[in-house]
Design a protein around this ligand. Structure first.
Ligand code: SF4
Length: 447
């Protein structure tokens, strides 16, 4: 078995394979599509969006050539509107509601229109929003992913002094490091962060928040954050990859899906580890992302194996269709039992429901079986309550059992879409403002 560790494809071909799945609309296309919208009263698409963007309003503005106004409607309800335009499962959210609740045979392409308007705004130097007049209060946000960015933007608009603590080198969390490259490049995520940074949000990168010790250039102790800020918003996402707990799991050539996707984000194609025959374990969207990207990098055969049935897999139907179109071989009801190979993976065995054992020769195994919850951070460092699954417990205002500490995003909901995290960040900003001033504020889209 050969241990191939780079793409066998010509780099031009790889670049082509990683071109965007849904390319940008031209102005003419956007105009035609916007004018197809029925501008429904009490629009179902708006209800289906977790951040409740006023979709008919932003589409109307595209139809009347007011792109800046359109982008303002979008970012007002969702500070990561450019990311969501690319990565949201629109088929089951806004666009799904559009086709289901109207007489239109084909839904309005809301995602692509949203991208058209937000791209226009991000290409302009003129800011869409202003920092609010300083109210003398400060908030510390741990984590710069979708929830953290969203909370930071709303609070800054209200006049808070906001500092975001991020352990990585670049801001944006999963938007920057975890999205399949053909859905969204790092550039888009970083441009969106820049908009928020320009509002006046301070980012402290390469900074780990710890439970004890001494704060230095790369570490800050949680207690110190508590004394520096009037409120804390914890948006730390999820932890390390779950273990399969089968023999051979530590063999070289077994890699975690998010680590694999992260390497692809560098677009350093010739140095991305890749097997000739790749087996991806899992049935969610990360598994599909890893499998299709391995194939597009040039792996000869890629399998995606899931222990349950196709209908039980959490990947959306359109993602499974994409996997099939890319030639991924789908193995349902296949539970991994053992990984073989001495100094490098050479095969993996699965057990079928009838007890049969199936063995597949491979030189790379990618695990996409979810990530661990951040229970210990919450119980040991922040000292707030978690539920039986290890998620931090929050109320409707995203407040934890310590009234000064708020939390949201994957660490609170166990792992959902970026748009869900953005909405939690918005609710947290409202909750924090209410706690610190006694005033009630409702941001756009909070119905
Ligand atoms: Fe337009 Fe469809 Fe939304 Fe109605 S449901 S406002 S047609 S996008």
């Amino acid at each position: 078995m050969s241990n191939e560790f780079c793409t066998p494809l010509d780099i031009t071909q790889v670049e082509r394979n990683f071109g965007e799945l849904d390319p940008a609309m031209s102005a003419a296309e956007a105009g035609v599509e916007a004018n197809r919208c029925l501008f429904c009263y009490d629009a179902p698409c708006m209800h289906a969006c977790p951040t409740h963007i006023d979709v008919p309003s932003f589409i109307k503005k595209i139809a009347t050539d007011n792109l800046r106004g359109s982008a303002r409607v979008i970012f007002d309800a969702n500070p990561i509107g450019a990311t969501c335009a690319r990565v949201c499962p629109v088929e089951v959210l806004c666009e799904g509601a559009c086709v289901e609740k109207t007489l239109l045979q084909k839904p309005i392409e809301i995602g692509r229109l949203q991208r058209f308007a937000t791209d226009h705004a991000m290409a302009s130097e003129r800011p869409l929003f202003e920092k609010g007049e300083s109210n003398g209060r400060s908030v510390g946000i741990i984590g710069s992913g979708p929830a953290g960015l969203s909370c930071a933007m709303y609070l800054t608009r209200l006049g808070y002094d906001v500092s975001v603590y991020e352990k990585r080198e670049k801001p944006g969390g999963l938007d920057t490091y975890g999205m399949a490259e053909y859905k969204m490049s790092q550039e888009v995520s970083l441009a969106e962060v820049e908009q928020i940074q320009k509002l006046g949000v301070k980012f402290r990168l390469n900074t780990i928040v710890s439970g004890s010790g001494v704060s230095d250039g790369s570490t800050i102790v949680f207690e110190q954050l508590m004394s520096l800020h009037d409120a804390i918003f914890v948006a730390i996402g999820l932890g390390s990859a779950n273990e399969m707990q089968i023999p051979g799991e530590k063999t070289a050539g077994v890699i975690d899906a998010l680590a694999f996707i992260e390497k692809i984000k560098t677009r350093d194609w010739e140095n991305i580890p890749l097997g000739r025959n790749v087996v991806v374990i899992g049935g969610g969207n990360t598994a599909v992302d890893a499998a299709t990207q391995a194939k597009r990098l040039g792996a000869e055969r890629v399998y995606m194996a899931y222990r349950r049935t196709e209908t039980e897999a959490s990947a959306y139907e359109y993602e499974i269709e994409l996997a099939k179109k890319d030639g991924i071989e789908l193995l349902w009801e296949s539970a991994p039992t053992e990984i073989g190979g001495d100094d490098h993976v050479s095969a993996i065995k699965f057990v079928k429901p009838n007890g049969d054992i199936v063995e597949i020769a491979c030189d790379m195994v990618i695990k996409a079986i979810g990530q661990q919850k951040m229970r210990s951070f919450f119980t040991d460092v922040a000292k707030v309550e978690t539920d039986e699954k290890g998620r931090v417990i929050v109320n409707g205002q995203m407040q934890t059992s310590d009234p000064k500490i708020f939390a949201g995003g994957d660490c609170a909901n166990g792992g959902a879409e970026a748009v869900d995290a953005a909405q939690m960040g918005k609710l947290a900003a409202q909750g924090i403002h209410n706690r610190l001033t006694g005033e009630t504020v409702k941001f756009a889209g909070n119905l």
